[in-house]
Design a protein around this ligand. Structure first.
Ligand code: TXA
Ligand code: MG
Length: 354
């Protein structure tokens, strides 16, 4: 069904109240609204209304077995959604909320099956973005929201990305400018004896370890093929632009040499080749053989910049009609773990050792 998608440009720091109210009214009536969070744009609906949530799945083309994260705006909203709160959860909420951390907790009865994809757990997070907070408050509802992209595509970090994927399929887009973190929240399972990272994100392993002591990382995070990943979303093709992504890993000099050789090889077969490089390696690609498109994600010493630019860069490769996208691997520490997780998934595990 084609809808007229309302477009609301909003001030990200001091959101205009009348625009927030308009968007909240749509949510209250069972509609779906895309809105900015500090991680990526979310596609929200009333988490307690199965019919509204069904519209999210329809607009995204999302498989029904992939559960949604429920977004709240105040600490007291969590009580109704969970069966109980483990003490560790309180510690983490106090330290990292509002912010890019999703906690997997035992669900309560009020959470509809469609939200949790039938699991007995629910993912909950409190976003820090002023627009997300204002909207959830104004709607007076917990808001179920996956990333606001077509299923399988890179997550949207701007309002324009959302429109490109979902215009005509959702009721409104609230555009508050670029998302700050650029990668989705960290998903942490608290229903197991050792808290386990199911998806790395804005809050790092190191951050969590400092608070919890022991933290595990699900093997799927680093690309191990498991039959049934515990975050169902991790098994699907993901973050994929139209072009084929290859990850080039190894010692830095060898990575640039190998990438340049691959550019030449693929160009000879008539393919358009994009390279996702870093500040440190960019000069290597500013001489022949030149890639058809070069994107410099940021400095290796500032992974936050690389994270903020990554999804946008993957979409830019599409705009430049790249057939092949060569991305350099980076160190898997701090935010690097999340960046490499997304790159590996967008490359469907095609990793070339230089
Ligand atoms: O930063 C974010 O988390 C963004 C913004 C909009 O908040 N949301 C987001 O949602 O990335 P989505 O649906 O694209 O990714 C949610 C991930 C999926 O991999 C899903 O399988 C997992 O979290 N997940 C959700 N509920 C879960 C549960 N109860 N148990 C295990 N994994 C769960
Ligand atoms: Mg997503």
């Amino acid at each position: 069904m084609v809808k007229r998608t309302k477009y609301l440009k909003i001030d990200p720091l001091v959101p205009e109240l009348h625009k927030i109210r308009l968007a909240a009214r749509i949510l209250n009536r069972g509609g779906v609204v895309a809105f900015p969070t500090e991680t990526v744009y979310g596609l929200g609906a009333n988490a307690l209304d199965s019919r509204a949530v069904r519209r999210i799945f329809a607009a995204k083309g999302r498989p029904a077995d992939n559960p949604l994260i429920v977004h709240i705006a105040s600490f007291r909203d969590i009580k109704a959604l969970v069966a109980y709160l483990p003490p560790r959860a309180n510690l983490l909420m106090q330290r990292f909320w509002p912010g890019p951390l999703t906690l997997i907790l035992p669900r309560s009865e009020v959470v509809p099956d469609i939200v949790t994809a039938g699991l007995d757990t629910v993912g909950i997070r409190m976003p820090s973005h002023p627009v997300a907070q204002a909207l959830i408050r104004a709607a007076r509802l917990p808001i179920a929201a996956p990333s606001a992209n077509t299923s399988g595509r890179p997550s949207p970090t701007t309002g324009r990305h959302v429109l490109k994927d979902l215009r005509g399929k959702i009721d409104a887009v609230v555009d508050g400018g670029p998302a700050m973190v650029g990668l989705e929240s960290t998903v942490l399972d608290l229903t197991v004896p050792v808290p386990t990272i199911l998806r790395p994100g804005g809050i790092t392993y190191e951050d969590l370890q400092a608070v919890l002591g022991e933290v595990a990382i699900d093997p799927a995070v680093r690309g191990s093929q498991v039959a049934r990943p515990r975050a169902p979303g991790m098994k699907y093709k993901h973050y994929a632009p139209r072009g084929e992504v290859y990850l080039v890993a190894g010692e830095l000099d060898r990575v640039t040499a190998k990438t340049r050789a691959l550019v030449a090889t693929w160009q000879r077969t008539g393919r358009r080749v994009a390279v996702l490089a870093t500040r440190e390696t960019a000069p290597a690609y500013e001489q022949e053989p030149r890639p058809d498109y070069l994107e410099i994600l940021g400095s290796r010493s500032q992974p936050a910049t690389i994270a903020a630019n990554l999804f946008s860069a993957l979409r830019n490769c599409d705009r430049h009609q790249a057939d092949v996208i060569l991305a350099e691997a980076i160190a898997e520490e701090g935010l690097g773990l999340a960046i490499m997780n997304r790159l590996r998934k967008s490359a469907a595990n095609r990793i070339i050792q230089a």
